[in-house]
Design a protein around this ligand. Structure first.
Ligand code: DX5
Ligand code: ZN
Length: 217
């Protein structure tokens, strides 16, 4: 079954506690937390302090997407804040294998995010150690952008890599996900879809989440 991780980036930042409570009520699978440091991406959103404050408002897993420089230094801090999945950008880390080791030592799931221009070969020697790969289908840093079609082929190739090695690595896709692009991503092998704008702009977010799962496709 496809999992849906709505991104709170599209929620009302003046009421994020209510947003995560709503997401649980809408039967989301994960809460996608877009952390931006204003350096790796030009935008700034929130950090571990906000995440710690949100932790008591939901029992859903916290899926943190760190669009930050030097992610290694943040691993213990985000564990303490209550994060379950720690995903960092391969482009922001010269020692990605060490960061994955630290994430696992802190008993979180380890994810690596690839920007649209970053090839799959960049994680060839890391795939066996990962729990999840995040394929960016937009350039990181902002919500409600247009889906980049080349992401579909990248998902398909990653799925082939995972199957050939007999690995149990989840494929997450992030950016521009709507009912149309969701189906293309699922057909190509995606397991988890991040959706901000599509969910928070929907008349009925609970129904939209069900539609994005494409249960009857
Ligand atoms: C972009 C973020 C995405 C984004 C979701 O840097 O990583 O999670 O907020 O995009 P939309 O709003 O298109 O679903
Ligand atoms: Zn994200």
């Amino acid at each position: 079954m496809t999992l849906i991780a709505p991104s709170i980036l599209s929620a009302d930042f003046a009421a994020l506690g209510e947003a995560v409570r709503n997401m649980q009520r809408w039967e989301a699978d994960y809460i996608h937390l877009d952390v931006m440091d204003g350096s790796f991406v030009s935008n700034i959103t929130f950090g571990h302090t906000m995440i710690k404050a949100l932790r008591k408002h939901t029992s859903l897993p916290f899926d943190a997407h760190l669009m930050v420089e030097n992610p290694l230094k943040w691993v213990p801090t985000y564990k303490a804040a209550g994060v379950d999945i720690f995903t960092f950008h391969i482009e922001a880390d010269r020692h990605a294998h060490r960061t994955i080791q630290q994430i696992k030592k802190c008993e979180m799931k380890a994810g690596i995010a690839l920007n649209p221009s970053t090839p799959l070969t960049s994680i060839e020697y890391l795939l066996d150690d990962l729990d999840m790969v995040l394929i960016m289908s937009v350039n990181p840093g902002a919500p409600a952008q247009k889906f980049i079609p080349s992401a579909v082929e990248k998902i398909r190739k990653l799925n082939d890599m995972i199957c050939e090695r007999g690995l149990d690595v989840l494929i997450q896709v992030d950016g521009g996900i709507n009912e149309t692009t969701a189906k293309h991503c699922i057909d190509a092998g995606a397991n988890i879809l991040v959706a901000g704008n599509a969910v928070f702009s929907a008349l009925d977010p609970k129904i939209m989440i069900r539609r994005l799962r494409c249960e009857n496709c």
